[in-house]
Design a protein around this ligand. Structure first.
Ligand code: 4AD
Ligand code: MG
Length: 451
């Protein structure tokens, strides 16, 4: 039988015989008595196994190494007075897989850098054990949020002929070198997607509200704590929605995800609060109960000009692309919480964003949050055929690659908006973990490919 969470069901097994499989976290012995902390994978806490020299293999059991796989038979005994709510008094302990002595984890704390070298082992260490379950819970939060609201989940392709962001940061796809087509995708130029947006938009013109959620790839050579070459993105698209509706959706989604994770990953969040970021639960709870501010890019530039000498990049002017230090100043020092920056200069944003009446700015919204900076990037899309066509030309994009996208404007096109939430950055935001390499199971960053 599969037990969902041992911790939630143990009371019904009081004084009963159970069989448990799991991995050893600690094993200590004194004379005729020994204790194993076993993790069965069902929850963050370990189960205490008590064994005595009544076991016929007591000596063997007392030498079982950290990380070994076991099957334990024994009686559940409730221990409400003790640190752990119950323990198992073993009647038999069978070693299923002994861990060799060069096992890379010890009982002490290891550095993040060390752990990044062993992605196949690190899920067993507490921080990663908590993180990768949180990752799973957050995925569920996203799906539940959108499914409950009638959004349709669309699988957009990983291999594409379009650079959705127009930033030239694509990994090219090639066939085998000895193939008759040599380097191209069966004779066509193709790349790994940087965003599912262009491919999800047609579905918003069908189902009204849709989302895609999958891996995206960026070949930007930036070695920061917040950029990965492969990361997951949630990209909803809402027909008949303007920029303000878009921001309402983002805000509701972020708050929902926070509450969902606090409820469904309680032990994991408590661990992060204890070991990683002592304010994380308080911080995100406040965010879940706050109203996100909205500020124009122009207002943000004025704020930055006031303190420009405090930045590494002191050259503050209207039209500049904001650096992470500027974004963090706005949300951490000016607003002191999440803030939507809206109406960016059109030159620094993607071709598909709707041009505002001033002709200088576009209806974009970036959500900036303390600790992380940009968490979400979104916009109202340009639905006017002529304006979009002119923009594509102006930006030097080959129109034939986007004719299908332009045509959507001729075939029942309407006002619509959408956004992209960086899934990995959301995990950083929730947990307080400061490097994207520690929230991804197998981090993919420039010059870093383990396995
Ligand atoms: O702002 P971005 O580039 O927006 C888009 O791709 C739009 N097409 C989204 C849309 O409107 N459908 O990326 C969206 C978010 C960012 O705010 C950030 O959180 C995350 O994706 N992101 C990255 N996360 C990790 N590593 C990177 N290299 C990232 N680049 C963007
Ligand atoms: Mg962006």
């Amino acid at each position: 039988m599969l037990v969902k969470k041992l911790k939630e069901t143990f009371e019904q097994y009081d004084q009963k015989e159970v069989v448990l499989q799991g991995w050893v976290r600690t094993n200590r012995k004194s004379k005729a008595l020994g204790f194993i902390e076993l993790n069965d994978g069902s929850c963050f806490s370990n189960v205490q196994i008590v064994y005595t020299d009544a076991l016929n293999n007591f000596d063997e059991v007392s030498k079982i190494t950290l990380g070994s796989a076991l099957e334990v038979k024994g009686t559940v005994v409730l221990t409400p007075e003790a640190k752990q709510p119950f323990e198992i008094q073993a009647t038999s302990v069978e070693v299923l897989g002994l861990c060799d002595h060069d096992y890379p984890l010890q009982k002490k704390r290891h550095s993040f850098e060390y752990m990044r070298e062993i992605p196949h082992i690190r899920p067993r260490a507490n921080t990663y054990y908590a993180m990768f379950r949180l990752r799973s819970v957050l995925s569920m939060a996203i799906h539940t949020f959108f499914q409950d609201r009638g959004f349709v989940y669309v699988h957009t392709p990983e291999i594409t002929g379009n650079d959705a962001e127009g930033a030239g940061e694509c990994f090219t796809v090639t066939c085998r070198q000895d193939d008759e087509y040599e380097k191209d995708f069966f004779g066509k130029h193709a790349q790994l997607t940087v965003s599912g947006q262009l491919h999800v938009e047609p579905f918003a013109q069908t189902y009204r509200n849709v989302y895609t959620f999958g891996p995206t790839f960026r070949a930007e050579n930036s070695n920061t704590t917040r950029h990965a070459s492969e990361f997951w993105m949630i990209e909803p698209e809402l027909a008949f929605a303007d920029l303000s509706d878009n921001m309402d959706c983002i805000e509701e989604m972020i708050k929902y995800c926070i509450k969902y994770c606090l409820e469904h990953a309680k032990e994991e969040m408590e661990f992060f609060e204890k070991m990683i970021d002592k304010d994380c639960i308080k911080r995100i709870t406040e965010v879940a109960n706050s109203n996100f501010k909205r500020m124009t890019y122009t207002e943000a530039i004025k704020e930055l000009e006031k303190v420009k000498d405090t930045f590494e990049n002191k050259d503050i002017f209207w039209g500049m692309d904001l650096q992470s230090e500027h974004e963090r100043y706005i949300c951490e020092k000016v607003v002191k919480g999440p803030v939507f920056l809206i109406d960016y200069p059109k030159e620094i944003k993607a071709f598909y964003m709707r041009v505002n009446d001033d002709q200088k700015t576009v209806a974009a919204c970036d959500l900036l949050v303390p600790y992380v900076g940009e968490l979400v990037g979104g916009s109202q899309r340009e639905e006017r055929y002529d304006v979009l066509e002119a923009k594509i030309k102006e930006m030097g994009i080959a129109q034939e690659t986007l004719q299908w996208y332009l045509d959507l404007r001729r075939f029942g096109g309407c006002k619509h908006s959408g956004f992209g939430l960086g899934f990995d950055r959301m995990l950083m935001y929730l947990s307080g973990v400061q490097n994207i390499r520690d929230v991804q199971p197998y981090p993919r960053t420039p010059r870093n490919l383990i396995f």
